[in-house]
Design a protein around this ligand. Sequence first.
Ligand code: TXA
Ligand code: MG
Length: 317
Amino acid sequence: MAETGKNIDLAADLLLKGKLVAIPTETVYGLAANALNEKSVLAVFETKQRPFFDPLIVHLPSIESIAKYAILEDQRLQKLANAFWPGPLTLLLPKKANIPAIVTSGLEQVAVRIPNHKLTLELLRKVDLPLAAPSANPFGYVSPTEPAHVEKQLGNKIDYILDGGSCEVGLESTIIGIENDKICVYRLGGLAIEEIEKVIGKVELMINSSSDPKAPGQLKSHYAPKKPLFIGDINELVKKNKDKKTAVICFGEENFNKQDSTIFNLSKTKDLQEAAINLFKFLRLADESDTDIVICQKLPEEGLGRAINDRLKRAAF
Ligand code: TXA
Ligand code: MG
């Protein structure tokens, strides 16, 4: 078991000694290491069983602190940084030489984020180091949104879990970069595209699932529970699987034939923010429930609904 608590001094001390600490953010919990210490970063990959070709996001406490490690010069990206940081936004920026290649899997750009969580911002200021942190789950599994999720899967492999409560957004950050001078979205996430376009106008979506390491965050098998998961029209899916024990993840009115299903309603009032907060928790509970398969309702393709559908598609069989 890892110790869980709110001791920022202890967390800072462990990180400075090269150890791994799970940290709370508004999106999901991260598995943090000193990004400048290659051995510690290596331990992150090993702990998560994550392939080395899948690079890590570097967390920093302020826009001013970025200049030491990366170049934030594009005016559109600067606008986004000012509008949404600290928050669920990650920017791909040209890296400086002090960021080790293992952090970016050899790429020339580093993913940077200022998370919006009081404890972690305080920790980042205290350590005065960039923290490399992927989501604190075994590779390919659902991201953790509560300290207990981290404890359950990685508790015996890490030193400390900084307890910042339940994550307020519940979906990983939206990843933005530039390609051929166009602003591109590489991962849908906790910041809706509509919000981004209000600030800088139209953006390109580059959201294909693939096994290509250059397609960041888009490995097809991401976010998958262990049980078969199907998305679509709930009535049809329940009918089709009536001989199986089913967990149903739905949204809004429950006007489908429930049979003996175990129901998880993402938001009875169709609130997409509430649905985002509940998504990973419910995927875990459905996975752990006494059922054979998980059936999910497709959400409206707008706002956070797009990112939620993206995660469900990647989790699907
Ligand atoms: O909300 C989040 O982003 C959370 C919290 C902990 O900050 N972190 C997170 O990290 O979701 P992770 O490692 O699970 O997903 C980060 C994604 C990876 O899939 C990776 O492909 C992409 O970001 N990425 C990281 N560095 C990159 C880089 N230099 N170039 C392209 N993609 C990168
Ligand atoms: Mg992840």
